[in-house]
Design a protein around this ligand. Structure first.
Ligand code: ZN
Length: 202
């Protein structure tokens, strides 16, 4: 993704309007781990307001920040939480699952042969018919044209060296990758817990 596009996206949330008229479905809570880092950056860890309030009632989370919008029951009124933190630390597994999404994220949603972000699919670096496995180390994100051009050949045979050699990422590496992709909408109370601004200044 282009840097200018990221800046554009980040700018949009800065001008976000006030809360009270916000509809309930637009009030998700940003979920932080017990160490106050987001459970996940991309997709951003968000819970719908009902789930967030249930977790508050069950004392599984602390409210860090709230929307102005409140919900009422006969016995209580609660401002809808906008940022919550788990009381118990959830240890992320060391290695992420081998999924389409995670693979795209590892490769920053770009073709690993030409860099294009369009028409993405997957490529076996060493083709299956030559014994190539379907694994982190042998699958790359590739655009359809590159995939077609490479065909059933190795990168060497096709004279198409990958921009980056595929590796099995750790969960931490993948989270770092995810920080490069701010979502379309960020509530102002989330800013302190996310670091996209810092990313942008790099
Ligand atoms: Zn390509």
């Amino acid at each position: 993704m282009l840097k200018s596009e990221l800046i554009e996206r980040a700018a949009r949330f800065r001008s976000a309007e006030g809360d009270p008229s916000r509809s309930l479905s637009d009030c998700p809570a940003l979920v932080l781990n017990a160490d106050y880092t987001p459970l996940s950056y991309y997709p951003l860890s968000l819970w719908p307001w009902q789930t967030a309030i249930k977790a508050v009632v069950l004392e599984r989370v602390d409210i860090i920040s709230s929307y102005e919008r409140a919900v009422h029951s006969p016995n209580w009124t609660m401002q809808i939480p906008s940022v919550i933190a788990l009381r118990q630390y959830v240890k992320p597994s060391e290695f992420p699952a081998f999924t389409r999404f995670n693979l795209f994220l590892r490769d920053r949603f770009s073709c690993q042969y030409c860099g294009s972000p369009h028409n993405l699919t997957f490529d076996h670096v060493v083709p299956r018919r030559l014994g190539g496995r379907t694994s982190w180390e042998n699958i790359l994100t590739a655009c359809a044209p590159c995939n077609l051009r490479k065909g059933g050949r190795t990168p060497k045979q096709a004279n198409m060296p990958p921009l980056v050699q595929p590796i099995r990422p750790t969960s931490w590496q993948l989270q770092e990758r995810g920080r490069g992709f701010p979502p379309n909408y960020l509530h102002e109370t989330w800013r302190d817990w996310l670091y996209w601004d810092i990313e942008l200044e790099e």
